[in-house]
Design a protein around this ligand. Structure first.
Ligand code: MG
Length: 497
């Protein structure tokens, strides 16, 4: 409240006191004066709500099938992403950031656990992703980012597409999330979700169910509204945590731009890139809403926000699929376009602003990076394939990540070490049932040749030998475990759709 002379009551009181001190009681002790001012400033600070909690909050925005070349700040000529461009300008943008796998389920497992999918049995040739009738899913003994942060007293929520199993023990609520709002699998799987009862019988939960926590609240939701509904839930969660002054973890795996793509009336028909551009511009708006809410609540400097994608663009969807920019191939493939994705980190005052790094990073690194940020101790068995990117994000410089392993299902197809990537096997993402083995492996210098066009193996036998030895060591570190993707529950005739 301000008075007629434009001062608040507290400022009026201070002014009156100053007058008394300067002109009425000039001999009054300076010590008493400072004590009064100290008390007054304490009262002033107490009057302004302090919303910053001591422990940093974490938000992970995880798009589905967004390509390396789909954002303005990654060079797309007609898709407008002002909010993500600003996020990148205020934070650190990676030009060599990798999802852990070229398809949905294994990539999501790796982001949440910091482990390659082969270590959790979360990859298979038979089913490349979990189905609506899969028996398996995210194993109970895995440590997820949500579990780590929940153990540290965080509020946690998953908003969006899960795709790590449909049986109750595999859903978000059993893996560290207090709440979940979203879909259990991809938006092109509008089929009967099949559950196993405790007596071994099976039951259908209906087609394309939308969940709130463990309950199905509707079926076949209007996909034009998914991005906005997810955003609304995300903002409510952030606001409630801010009101309660509790640290929070929000995992926001969007359903878009996985096909079939849809945009609401607010975005449809707006982008020169067509419907795909409308969908990306909605995701840009959504991220902007989250960043603005954090700014308004005074949480910007205490919240790490990460924006990335689960795999490259789905090129077989043509105009409805995204772009890998200058990278070769897309989703489903171990060429660069399958796994190199946008990677933007933002935390003003902590993450270096305006930085573009050509160092390596991966979604595998999120768990150790977040653990380092919040000061949580990781068990020795956790995040076997991740690195703490904290020093790089704060100060720039070199990444602890020097290598990247590229799996197609349960087979190691390629390995990157420094600038070089060796392909032991290659296979187009789709429509080619067999892989081609390469002996010696194909070798590309990705710093020089990011499009993987020119095999330089014959000039670098030493590099090939070094990468082959690294691959051998890695293979030896993989312990066989039960496969989670192969067992399916029969769907009764007439219930498939
Ligand atoms: Mg995907």
């Amino acid at each position: 409240m301000r008075t007629a002379v434009g001062l608040t009551p507290l400022e009026m009181t201070l002014l009156a006191f100053e007058f008394t001190m300067e002109f009425v009681m000039p001999t009054f002790s300076k010590i008493v004066r400072f004590a009064f001012l100290g008390l007054a400033s304490t009262a002033l600070v107490a009057a302004v709500p302090s919303v910053a909690s001591a422990r940093p909050n974490v938000v992970v925005v995880f798009c589905d099938d967004l390509g390396y070349g789909d954002l303005g700040c990654y060079g797309h000529p007609t898709i407008r992403t002002p909010n993500l461009d600003r996020m990148a300008a205020e934070g650190t943008r990676f030009t060599q950031f990798y999802s852990a796998n070229p398809v949905c389920t294994p990539s999501r497992y790796s982001l949440l656990t910091g482990k390659l999918s082969i270590r959790g049995g979360m990859t298979s040739k038979k089913n490349r992703v979990l189905r609506e009738n899969s028996k398996g899913g995210l194993p109970a003994d895995e440590l997820t980012i949500a579990e780590l942060l929940k153990q540290s007293g965080y509020r946690t929520m998953c908003v969006g597409k899960w795709h790590l199993g449909v049986q109750p023990e595999h859903l978000p609520m059993r893996h560290g999330f207090d709440h979940w709002f979203g879909l259990p699998y991809s938006n092109d799987m509008p089929k009967q979700l099949m559950r196993i009862n405790t007596d071994g019988s099976t039951v259908s939960l209906g087609s394309n169910p939308m969940f709130r926590d463990d309950e199905v609240i509707e079926h076949d939701p209007d996909q034009r509204l998914l991005t906005e509904r997810y955003t609304d839930e995300a903002l409510k969660f952030i606001t409630a945590a801010a009101d309660a002054r509790e640290p929070f973890f929000l995992y926001l795996p969007h359903s878009m731009p996985h096909t079939p793509i849809h945009a609401s009336r607010r975005f449809a028909g707006k982008s020169p890139r067509g419907l795909y551009g409308d969908v990306i511009e909605a995701l840009d708006w959504s991220t902007g809403e989250i960043l603005d809410t954090l700014r308004k609540r005074g949480l910007a400097e205490n919240t790490l926000v990460v924006f990335t994608s689960d795999n490259g663009p789905w090129l077989i969807r043509h105009e409805n699929g995204g772009s890998a920019g200058l990278l070769r191939e897309g989703k489903g493939s171990t060429w660069e376009g399958g796994q190199r994705v946008p990677g933007i980190f933002w935390m003003p005052g902590t993450v270096k602003a305006g930085a573009v790094t050509t160092e390596l990073g991966s979604t595998l690194d999120l768990l150790p990076t977040i653990a380092g940020l919040v000061g949580a101790r990781l068990p020795d068995t956790a995040a076997a394939d991740g690195y703490d990117l904290g020093p790089l994000l704060r100060e720039g410089g070199k990444s602890p990540r020097k290598e990247m392993f590229f799996y197609r299902d349960d087979e190691l197809f390629a390995v990157r070490l420094g600038a070089y990537k060796a392909h032991f096997k290659t296979q187009p993402a789709y429509f080619e049932p067999k892989a081609t083995a390469h002996e010696p492996p194909l070798l590309y210098n990705l710093d020089v040749d990011p499009s993987e066009k020119y095999d330089v193996g014959k000039d670098h036998a030493d590099v090939v030998a070094k990468i082959a030895a690294l691959a051998e060591n890695h293979r030896a570190s993989v312990v066989p475990v039960k496969n989670q993707l192969e067992e399916l529950i029969p769907i009764p005739a007439g219930e498939t759709k």
